[in-house]
Design a protein around this ligand. Structure first.
Ligand SMILES: Cc1cc2nc3c(=O)[nH]c(=O)nc-3n(C[C@H](O)[C@H](O)[C@H](O)COP(=O)(O)O)c2cc1C
Length: 401
């Protein structure tokens, strides 16, 4: 291989991922919905914020470490759960190893392609993510498996409302990848020989099953089988959330919060953390960028629970901006998926190094010694930048169920 595999920005990792992956796999990672406004907004809003750097008074020693969900983190970036199906044969295990090597926490999706036991073996600081799918008994069985595997925290993602359809067209994702599918995908696969070779070397086709949703004694459901179960499950109430918090009995993150009233209800339900998130712009398009709604939510509940953010983080400077506006840490999704596609485990480590380096520069430039010292005074915030959703406590929706 003549070209240096190292890349200097996440944008370059994405360019390489686009070249390397078959169009349908790349399209599944770009995802987004409808116009794609939220996915773009999540990223663009970070660029509207500026820094207010100092010239003198910089700190020679800087500590970027923190804790999230009771686990130590070398810097405030967490792997957000994604089903990394078909991106790389080592999938979530490669991501977990990279996260462990860089001292950060792994979030594992229940729709992942690798068993939770293998992922925890690669990174003991793993949080397992569930959707509300299958009803209480099924959810409990999955939770107990994650606990037995050694997961240290639970993530419940509740912002998905089955919004499908994109103006630029959705990729065709097969139910399972067998010889017939590979023949159908051949034109795509043959024009992406490095991706094909990666899987060919393992002697297996990309696996589109969900091993962590397997019922005892049964085969793992396919991705679409699992999705069908989820669509048919009655949506949860706040009592269900409280019930799950109690059943887990440990660090618990509710992912997908956009509104202050929901954030307050989450506190009442007993969660230890929330992620201000719009599912990376994949769900209800035109939901505002997460960085715009973070300050109001952090202000409302940040003294009671941990508030983290995900959506649009592509640089270490984005991490610094989120911390300055009240996040304890950020979760990253596509950034590490691009790294994984570009160069496997080393590519994910490369992305994490980019995040840490950019954050360290921001902490240095703003004259701080720790990440906890970042605050709004370190930023130039345009008038009208922030958005506040669900501020009226008496809102009927907030009080129901
Ligand atoms: C391809 C893809 C798959 C995802 N799968 C999940 C999932 O299984 N569970 C979940 O909670 N979030 C999932 N997400 C959302 C991410 O965890 C995260 O919220 C989002 O990617 C953050 O935005 P970013 O990609 O701009 O960093 C997925 C996102 C993408 C792009």
């Amino acid at each position: 291989m003549s070209k240096n595999a190292w890349f200097e920005t996440v944008a370059e990792a994405q360019r390489r991922a686009k070249k390397r992956l078959p169009a349908s796999v790349y399209g599944a990672l770009v995802a987004g919905s409808e116009r794609g406004r939220t996915i773009d907004e999540n990223m663009d809003a970070f660029a509207e914020l500026g820094f207010a750097p100092h010239v003198v008074g910089h700190q020679a020693q800087r500590d970027l470490s923190t804790t999230v969900l009771g686990m130590p983190s070398a810097f405030p970036v967490v792997i957000s759960p994604t089903g990394v199906q078909a991106v790389h044969p080592d999938g979530e295990v490669a991501v977990a190893r990279a996260a462990a090597n860089r001292g950060i926490i792994m979030g594992l999706s229940s729709f992942a392609s690798k068993p939770v036991e293998d992922v925890v073996a690669a990174n003991p600081n793993t949080a397992f993510q569930l959707y509300w799918s299958g009803g209480r008994d099924t959810i409990l069985q999955r939770l107990e498996r994650a606990r037995a595997a050694g997961c240290k925290a639970l993530i419940l993602t509740l912002d998905w409302s089955f919004s499908h359809g994109r103006d630029w067209g959705s990729p065709v994702i097969p139910d399972k990848v067998d010889l017939k599918t590979m023949v159908r995908m051949a034109p795509e696969a043959i024009t992406h020989p490095r991706w094909l070779w990666m899987f060919a070397r393992t002697g297996r086709f990309p696996d589109l099953t969900t091993p962590n949703l397997k019922a005892p004694g049964q085969a793992a459901p396919t991705f679409f089988g699992a999705y069908g179960e989820w669509m048919q499950t009655a949506p949860p109430t706040w009592q269900d959330v409280s019930w799950l918090v109690d059943e887990w009995g440990g660090p618990f993150l509710l992912k997908g919060v956009s509104r202050i009233d929901d954030a307050r209800r989450a506190v009442d339900a007993g969660v230890s953390a929330i992620s201000v998130s719009n599912h990376g712009g994949n769900n209800l398009d035109t939901t505002p960028a997460t960085i715009r709604i973070l300050p109001s939510i952090a202000e409302a509940v940040g003294d009671q629970i941990e508030v983290v953010l995900d959506g649009g983080v592509r640089r270490g400077s984005d991490v610094a901006k989120a911390l300055a506006l009240g996040a304890r840490a950020v979760l990253i999704g596509r950034a590490y998926l691009w790294g994984l596609a570009a160069n496997g485990q080393a590519g994910v480590e490369n992305v994490l190094d980019i995040m840490r380096g950019g954050l360290d520069s921001a902490v240095l430039g703003t004259g701080h010694a720790t990440v906890g010292e970042l605050g709004p005074d370190d930023l130039s915030i345009p008038d009208g930048f922030t958005r506040t959703l669900g501020a009226r406590a008496e809102s009927p929706r907030a009080l129901s169920v």
